[in-house]
Design a protein around this ligand. Structure first.
Ligand code: SAH
Length: 342
């Protein structure tokens, strides 16, 4: 078993079941996460018996980085899993610190018409060890502390909900990755039942929704998930989340030329979220050679922004961190597969 596949509670239970003490779990976790000691033999306060049990039964194994693409604002990592599947994550260097965008699945079943990730159907969910492994391998490779995490890479996190819940526990545990709840964001395309479950967890973890359209007609065309959960249902679930947590929700809105970027769309979106504890992040579409959708021009984006602003909507335009390095979701892996290099 890989040590990164355990939450603290689970490791305590595992060690107790094997005749050890609950506090032994904290000792091991502190060696690994705090002191960065990755060999059980060097964990000097553990008994000989516990060391040999760990050596025999546990591995300390993060992920293999097989390719890195660097740019001044963002680095992108292609990672190989044990079964040779590949995923990717992106490190962004913001003025407030390092932020890591992690993947949640191999492939994706949501089938959004503009997104690379979904061209490969879901092969499987990532395990807890693979979610945590992304954070560990990048911080080791760059020798940095990661300050915030967004689950916005390949996959739909709410379609891997159980492991995402366990990941939240490892990320926010102050003996483990130790990143505050408010520095962790989960992005979903809008799996309504899971939004309710997430709300009921009453954590301070941020929620972002890939809305991308102000009405069902447009959203049906570009996001398959809208056939299952209509915008009204998504908005109702978000109201519930806000009432439970009092946390502001991020509305992600990709600007696609001629599809969702008209002035009418901007007015309609303003009406939809007016008065709600939400803010809109306009995302210039990162064009990919596999779809013929185009990014809205800067003038359109600015005019969309101005309309939202004039309707008292909180709105930002996303700074493009990785457009030049195939950094939108799934693009590095897709380009590697296309060229047959990996
Ligand atoms: N499944 C989750 C998380 C992964 S996608 C979700 O849908 O939120 C992360 C974000 O990147 C989503 O908002 C997605 O719509 C957006 N995205 C996908 N392809 C993109 C592209 N080519 N350019 C810009 N954003 C893109």
């Amino acid at each position: 078993m890989n040590i990164y596949d355990f939450t603290l509670d689970e490791l305590e239970k595992y060690l107790i079941e094997n005749g050890f003490k609950k506090y032994n779990a904290t000792q091991i976790i502190e060696w690994i996460y705090e002191h960065k000691v990755y060999d059980f033999n060097n964990m000097t306060n553990l008994s000989k018996k516990l060391i040999s049990f760990c050596v025999e039964n546990l591995q300390i194994k993060d992920l293999n980085i097989v390719k890195v693409e660097k740019s001044p604002l963002a680095n992108k990592y292609l990672l190989e899993l044990n079964d040779h599947n590949k995923i990717e994550c992106v490190l962004m260097n913001h003025d407030y610190g390092y932020s890591l965008c992690v993947s949640s699945q191999v492939g994706c079943n949501m089938g959004c018409s503009f997104c690379e990730s979904g061209r490969l159907k879901k092969v499987r969910d990532l395990t807890l060890g693979e979610l945590v492994g992304q954070v560990i391998c990048v911080s080791k490779y760059e020798n940095i502390r990661i300050d915030s995490i967004v689950v916005m890479g390949i996959g739909e996190p709410f379609d891997n909900f159980n492991n995402i819940k366990r990941f939240i526990s490892v990320v926010t545990n102050n003996k483990m990755i130790n990143i505050g709840q408010r520095h962790l964001t989960i992005s979903t395309c809008g799996l309504v039942p899971k939004i309710y479950e997430f709300a009921d967890m009453e954590t301070g973890v941020n929620l972002a929704i890939s809305l991308h359209a102000p009405n069902n007609e447009i959203r049906d065309r570009i996001m398959k998930v809208n056939h299952a959960y209509k915008i009204e249902e998504v908005m109702k679930a978000l109201d519930y989340y806000i009432s439970k947590t009092n946390r502001r929700v991020t509305i992600e809105y990709i600007m696609l030329a001629g599809i969702n970027d008209s002035d009418e769309c901007a007015y309609e979106l303003s009406k939809l979220i007016n008065g709600k504890l939400m803010y809109v992040n306009l995302i210039p579409y990162n064009e990919t050679s596999n779809f013929n959708m185009k990014r809205s021009n800067d003038f359109k984006i600015k005019s969309f922004y101005d309309i939202l602003k004039s309707n008292n909507i909180n709105v930002t335009i996303r700074k493009e961190m990785g457009g030049n390095l195939s950094a939108a979701c799934g693009q590095l892996r897709a380009s590697e597969e296309g060229s047959g290099k990996c």
